[in-house]
Design a binder for this molecule. Structure first.
Ligand code: PEP
Length: 251
């Protein structure tokens, strides 16, 4: 089964209300490509307003807490994101893993909280440059998949895995198409091992310095089901070029 391509913009800690005009342009442009699922994960402060205005795109969070409520100053629960209009959340981004000390078990707990709140969840995995140089990339990434995925019955449509080599994020460096394909094959095999047949229907996104110039080649790689895009998602011009590159038969 061909899975609907999924292109997601991660705005990270960028964007005030002035950026909502850009989101509206992305929304209008995405409507021209109904064959592509498009999402934007803005900072928490913009989720509600963006979600209210969005017609063609999904709006998501960049993180959530594993608990439903409580004394967790500064954190946001998955149900709060859903209440604000979010439809999905990214968990386990390498910046969260590195800067906030999140381990696989934390990511799994967040992913389970997201699903319980009715959100789709994008679970990020990826090796560091040192791990790749040491020949450990596949073992590290498939280990992260095994440790970070939510447990229990998971509908494939609600779960997405994003493969983001840490050394490719925000650096302008990308792995070769062969390396991307090899890693996506390894992730697919692990998903099928963990989830059974449903593992074949989980989309695996590539992320790391995707831009308007390299998107078509990366999206054509074996088992690449879309892209998680940081810097190039901040303008409608570059992000919509990536969306268009994902469109099958122009849709
Ligand atoms: C990201 O942070 O998820 C990402 C892929 O960033 P960039 O596209 O800027 O490398």
């Amino acid at each position: 089964m061909a899975l609907r391509p999924y292109i997601v913009g991660n705005w990270k800690m960028n964007g005030t209300r002035a950026m909502l005009a850009e989101a509206r342009s992305i929304d209008r442009g995405a409507a021209r490509h109904p064959g592509v699922q498009v999402g934007i994960a803005p900072p928490f402060t913009l989720v509600h307003t963006m979600a209210e205005a969005a017609e063609a795109i999904g709006v998501g969070g960049q993180d959530c807490h594993a608990k439903a409520s409580g004394a967790f100053t500064g954190d946001v629960a998955a149900a709060m994101l859903a209440d604000a209009g979010a439809g999905f959340v990214i968990v386990g981004h390498s910046e969260r893993r590195a800067m906030h000390g999140e381990a696989d078990a934390d990511v799994r707990a967040k992913a389970e909280a997201a699903l319980a709140a009715g959100l789709g969840v994008i679970v990020c995995v990826g090796e560091t440059e040192a791990q790749r140089d040491a020949g450990q990339a596949e073992a590290v990434v498939t280990g992260q998949v095994a440790g970070s995925l939510p447990q229990g019955d998971v509908a494939a449509a609600q779960l997405t895995v994003a493969y983001e080599p840490v050394w490719a994020i925000g650096t302008g460096r990308v792995p070769s198409v062969d390396d991307v394909s090899a890693m996506h094959r390894a992730i697919r095999a692990k998903l099928v091992e963990l989830l059974g047949e449903g593992g074949a229907d989980v989309r695996i996104l590539y992320g790391g310095s995707v831009n308007a110039g390299n998107a078509a080649e990366l999206l054509a790689a074996e088992d690449v089901g879309g892209a998680l895009v940081g810097g190039a998602s901040l303008t409608a011009e570059s992000f919509l070029t990536i969306v268009a590159a994902a469109a099958i038969d122009g849709e």
